[in-house]
Design a protein around this ligand. Structure first.
Ligand SMILES: C[S@@+](CC[C@H](N)C(=O)[O-])C[C@H]1O[C@@H](n2cnc3c(N)ncnc32)[C@H](O)[C@@H]1O
Length: 288
């Protein structure tokens, strides 16, 4: 197992097949498998279990998601090379008021949680797991001293598996918080990811979403913003790849909150980080 990753007993106990949601058979160290024949893998170099099921780029939307994910992973590894330039302290200071307004309490699943930097805002013994399709997310941590100085717990192993938000490999009603920061616009299917979050949350559980909202609360885009969007589209179409917008979705306030409600949640807290980034807490509504 990679020093960055661990599978604590409580975490292993709730890992299931991402499709059937049945218990997995763990009689081999490298390949847990399902009773119906499906086999999963362990990246043995990194010691990371891989439960991804979205593997193809056969339809245009899947192709778009795959291309976006490849671009995101490349960007992430590139940022890692510029360790000294990123102001991690500002990143943390910017997030502090968010988690004061919306504290993360109880066992937390960080969906698209990357390296688990959210741990900065959790209690020391809080149960936490990150899940993300990005298998190389912990590569080269040692070459980023500034990152490790800002987030020293990145040296501590974290509960982590690779998977897709749309097909979570976790048993139902096993988490208190499902956290999705800056991810719903990356998912292939945001609606399915919300249904899955609903499923894995305990009855008293809640969802935390942080997302850029097109046009902010008013929904109106400034002329400057519209021109920028058009310019990016044009430059991307001309083949300048760094201008291609890979996000699958640019939700409006209405679009996001309507979808969240449709998937069984009630929004109880809203916090605007700046005029266009919304954090919200939505509780799971259970019909009797
Ligand atoms: C902008 S990053 C945000 C990372 C982290 N949540 C944070 O706030 O630092 C988007 C993350 O979404 C992940 N992601 C993309 N598609 C996903 C999917 N279908 N299921 C789960 N995670 C996904 C990416 O690998 C990436 O780590």
């Amino acid at each position: 197992m990679s020093p960055a990753v661990v599978i604590d007993k409580w975490f292993k106990d709730i890992i299931v097949d991402p499709l059937s949601k049945e218990n997995l058979i763990w009689n081999s160290k490298t390949a847990p498998h399902s009773s119906y024949g499906r086999r999963y893998f362990c990246d043995t170099n990194r010691g990371i279990y891989d439960f991804k099921v979205l593997l193809s780029s056969s339809t245009p939307d899947q192709k778009r998601w795959q291309e976006g994910q490849v671009a995101y992973e490349a960007l992430s590894l590139d940022i890692a090379k510029h360790d000294g330039i990123v102001d991690y302290k500002a990143e943390i200071d910017g997030m502090r008021p968010v988690y004061e307004a919306i504290p993360i309490v109880g066992r937390c699943l960080d969906i698209g949680g990357h390296q688990g930097r959210l741990r900065h805002f959790l209690a020391p013994d809080q149960e936490y797991a990150s899940c993300d399709p990005f298998v190389g997310v912990f590569d080269d941590l040692e070459s980023q001293p500034k990152l490790l100085e800002a987030y020293p717990f990145l040296r501590e192993p974290v509960n982590f598996v690779c998977c897709n938000a749309e097909f979570l490999p976790f048993a139902s009603e096993t988490f208190d918080v499902a956290h999705m920061r800056s991810v719903m616009d990356h998912f292939l299917n945001p609606e399915l990811s919300l249904h899955e979050s609903y499923r894995v949350l305990r009855k008293s559980g809640y969802l935390v979403v942080g997302l850029h909202i097109e046009g902010g609360l008013s929904g109106s885009l400034s002329l400057w913003r519209r021109l920028r969007v058009l310019a990016r589209k044009g430059l991307g179409a001309l083949g300048l790849t760094k201008f291609i917008d890979h996000h699958v979705w640019h939700p409006s306030y209405e679009g996001l909150t309507t979808l969240i409600k449709l998937c069984g949640f009630e929004v109880v807290t809203e916090y605007w980080q700046d005029k266009e980034v919304l954090y919200l807490k939505a509780v799971k509504v259970v019909s009797e």
